[in-house]
Design a binder for this molecule. Structure first.
Ligand code: IMP
Ligand code: MG
Length: 179
């Protein structure tokens, strides 16, 4: 599997360091506040696990599924599947994403959450790819910024594979092009 990777962009050590840094910042910002981490499946899984261990404040963890398909260029249909037991009214929500690309997914999740009267809604993402934006959006907490490349690993997939890589890297072109 590792043979399919052209280049490692963010190695395990760098991921650890950014989880530690983000965890410390989030601990400070949400100290004594009712915090709910909401992970967007499936990509958030390793990041949410590592990040949450470094946040030293009482918090709840919930998940939701956001899937998208491209309707036409510059427009996406996004479907949300929420855990019906999650309650965010009067709590601070921190959405946990693997990557923010166009930002349409987080925009839709934020819009839905705001209807449920939380005290605040923010986003923490391991990776930000600002070159992919279709709307104006800046996540509050960012681990790494990547160039305009399709990346896999540490939760991020290509056709459901590569989520189990311990680092984030660029796939070889022959994988896409089916050489
Ligand atoms: P957005 O709605 O365009 O911001 O896309 C967010 C979702 O698209 C992410 O949660 C990923 O599932 C997927 N995605 C965007 N860019 C990449 C990438 O480079 N590799 C893998 N998945 C990606
Ligand atoms: Mg995702």
């Amino acid at each position: 599997m590792r043979n399919d990777i052209l280049k490692i962009l963010i190695n395990e050590e760098e991921i650890n360091q950014s989880c530690q840094k983000l965890g410390e910042q989030i601990t400070k910002d949400y100290n004594n506040k009712q915090l709910v981490l909401v992970g967007l499946l499936k990509g958030c899984q390793p990041f949410l696990g590592d990040l949450s261990k470094r946040i030293d404040t009482h918090l709840e963890i919930a998940y939701m599924r956001a899937s998208s398909y491209t309707k036409k260029e510059r427009s996406k249909e996004i479907t949300l599947l929420k855990d019906p037991t999650i309650s965010i009214e009067n709590k601070h929500v921190l959405i946990v994403e693997d990557i923010v690309d166009s930002a349409l997914t987080v925009q839709k999740v934020i819009k839905e959450f705001k209807k449920l009267k939380p005290l605040s809604v923010e986003v923490v993402t391991l990776i930000d790819k600002p070159s992919g934006r279709l709307i104006d959006f800046v996540p509050k907490y960012v681990g790494h910024i990547v160039p305009n490349e399709f990346v896999v690993g540490y939760g991020l997939d290509y056709n459901e594979y590569y989520r189990n890589l311990p680092f984030v890297g660029i796939l070889k072109q022959k994988i896409y092009k089916g050489e």
